[in-house]
Write a protein that binds this ligand. Structure first.
Ligand code: NAD
Length: 321
């Protein structure tokens, strides 16, 4: 059993700790700038606590770390973890800028550790089912639409968070790539900062992505108004006549097989399944389904989308790793 430290003991640090405990491998160390947050989880899981996350990255009695902190800290923590040969569960987005993402990917490759990027949607049972049913679709849509994020939240801080599109857009892009099963080759986008004036962030993106097999996708991301019916995450993949539609945070799916509409219900099981994937990747020394390369690729696609918005020109993706 890998001995695991969690860096960042907020909402998601706690969620991963619960999943690891369910999987019989609870964390042994918690780190947070606010010691009381680390201590609260340490008490719950009979573990240790520290307010110095870098110390966790050099300890010999730690095999793997979860990075669940603000986005500007992902690169320094992940690179230090890789240098010290700790396996890494890296929450999304990998990092906000391309240079940081590339540096993480090369540190991981150099050290040979296993790295999962936290694309939980990929691991929902209904997402698997959707992919199985639709095969290789010719057209796709993705909607990751949230309620308005407060101006003063860390996620809307241009340095710590990057705003809605750079924070959450990677979920949408990764799922589109997964469902498409093809290589993205071009992106065009409109949008920008539509309703957080004064903040240097992108809050809304309406984009199109073209794939190398001729498939096309439309993508909408923004904290511009949540509807209960769809929920924050919804995706549709179409194959001429057949279509799968995942909605209500991927807990519902309809599949039209050309004649009949079939309904499926599912669970929000992405967090648990991605934790299982991480433990298996370490124990069996195998590349996880969503690795550092997916973290790098998805963030580069979003950054090229933002470039398309700024220049009014479609951006090529053919050089992507
Ligand atoms: N996969 C998902 O569905 C999902 C959902 C929400 C958040 N996230 C991601 O999880 C990460 C954390 O988000 P959250 O919602 O848990 O935030 P949060 O604000 O609830 O918790 C973040 C914690 O990290 C701590 N922290 C920040 N910088 C630190 C540092 N340098 N050293 C030590 N501790 C530090 C903070 O004190 C805080 O306790 C982000 O990358 C976010 O995008 C993923």
């Amino acid at each position: 059993m890998p001995r695991i430290a969690i860096l960042g003991c907020g909402l998601i640090g706690e969620t991963h700790a619960e999943c690891l405990a369910q999987l019989g491998n609870p964390p042994v160390l918690f780190a947070d700038t606010f010691l009381h947050r680390a201590q609260k989880l340490a008490d719950k899981y009979s573990a240790h606590a520290t307010d110095d996350p870098f110390s966790a990255l050099t300890r010999l009695d730690i095999d793997a770390v979860y990075i669940c902190t603000y986005h500007d800290t992902h690169a320094p923590f992940a690179i230090e973890a890789a240098v010290n040969r700790k396996h890494i569960f890296l929450e999304k987005p990998m990092a906000l800028i391309e240079k940081d993402c590339r540096n993480i990917a090369s540190a991981v490759a150099k050290s040979g550790v296993r790295c999962v990027t936290g694309f939980k949607l990929h691991y929902y049972s209904l997402a698997r089912k959707a992919k199985e049913l639709i095969g290789t679709p010719i057209a796709l849509t993705a909607r990751v639409i949230d309620k308005r994020w407060p101006d003063d939240s860390w996620a809307n801080d241009p340095i710590k968070g990057g705003g809605n599109v750079l924070s959450q857009g990677c979920h949408a892009v990764e799922m589109l790539n997964y469902l498409a099963g093809a290589k993205p080759v071009r992106i065009f986008a409109e949008g920008g900062n539509l309703h957080h004036s004064g903040l240097d962030i992108v809050d809304t993106m309406a984009a199109t992505i073209a794939y190398d097999n001729g498939a096309v996708a439309s993508l909408f991301i923004g904290d511009v108004g949540l509807t209960e019916h769809n929920g924050k995450f919804s995706f549709q993949a179409m194959n001429g006549n057949e279509t799968v539609h995942l909605y209500r945070r991927l807990t519902r799916m309809s599949y039209f097989d050309g004649e009949n509409d079939n309904r499926f219900d599912g669970e929000e099981d992405g967090f648990l399944n991605e934790n299982r994937e991480f433990l298996t990747a370490i124990q069996e020394n195998k590349r996880p389904e969503t690795s550092e390369m997916d973290g790098l690729r998805t963030q580069m696609i979003l950054l090229r989308g933002i470039e398309a918005m700024k220049t009014g020109q479609p951006q090529s993706l053919i050089d992507l790793p």
